[in-house]
Design a protein around this ligand. Structure first.
Ligand code: DX5
Ligand code: ZN
Length: 215
């Protein structure tokens, strides 16, 4: 069964407590938390203080997606805020191996994210060291965009790379995922599905999450 990680970015920020309660009752395994700095991506979302508050509401796994430059400056603060995993962008990290080690040394899972135009082969020398790879299936920065079809080929290529290198990395896919395309994304090799708008803007989020989980 896939891991479902609803993205809080699409939730109602005026009623985060309610949204958390809904997710607590749901079949969602993880909460996906998108942190944006207005530098790596052209948007600003939220940071540690919001995560610290959310942490009081749930025991679910906090999957923190850092769309920021110089993530090494904040790794300890995110740990303190309650992150269970930190995913950094390959494009933002000239010292990626060091960043991954820093995250893992604090007892968190470490992921690397790649943008739509970043090729899978660039992961060759880091794939054995990461706990997961996040394949961006939209350009990062905003929710509610359409899934880029070429992502399917990238997921399959990544799956092969993981197999060939005997890596244990999991594949997370993020952006434009709905009940209409989730099955083919899983078919291509995804282990974890991030879903923002398709969950929070649906009429029955609990049901949408359950359907996605059972695909
Ligand atoms: C985009 C974020 C995504 C976003 C997904 O930069 O990384 O996690 O919230 O939203 P949807 O599912 O609406 O595309
Ligand atoms: Zn994300």
């Amino acid at each position: 069964m896939p891991i479902i990680a609803p993205s809080l970015l699409a939730s109602d920020f005026l009623h985060l407590e309610k949204e958390c309660q809904m997710l607590n009752e749901s079949k969602a395994d993880w909460f996906h938390l998108d942190v944006m700095d207005g530098r790596f991506v052209p948007n600003i979302s939220f940071g540690m203080s919001v995560i610290t508050q959310l942490r009081k509401m749930t025991t679910k796994f906090f999957d923190v997606h850092l769309m920021i430059v110089e993530p090494e400056k904040y790794v300890e603060e995110f740990k303190e805020a309650g992150a269970n995993s930190l995913t950094v962008h390959l494009e933002a990290c000239p010292h990626l191996h060091r960043n991954i080690q820093q995250i893992q040394s604090l007892g968190m899972k470490a992921g690397v994210a790649i943008n739509p135009a970043t090729p899978v082969f660039l992961l060759q020398d880091i794939i054995r060291d990461v706990d997961m790879v996040l394949v961006m299936s939209v350009n990062p920065g905003f929710g509610g965009q359409s899934f880029i079809p070429h992502s399917l080929a990238k997921i399959a290529e990544l799956k092969a790379l993981i197999k060939n290198t005997a890596s244990s990395a999991k594949i997370e896919v993020d952006g434009g995922i709905s009940l209409d395309n989730a099955a083919e994304i899983l078919q291509a090799g995804a282990d974890i599905l991030v879903a923002g708008s398709s969950v929070f803007k649906s009429e029955n989020p609990l049901e949408t999450i359950e359907k996605m989980k059972n695909l």
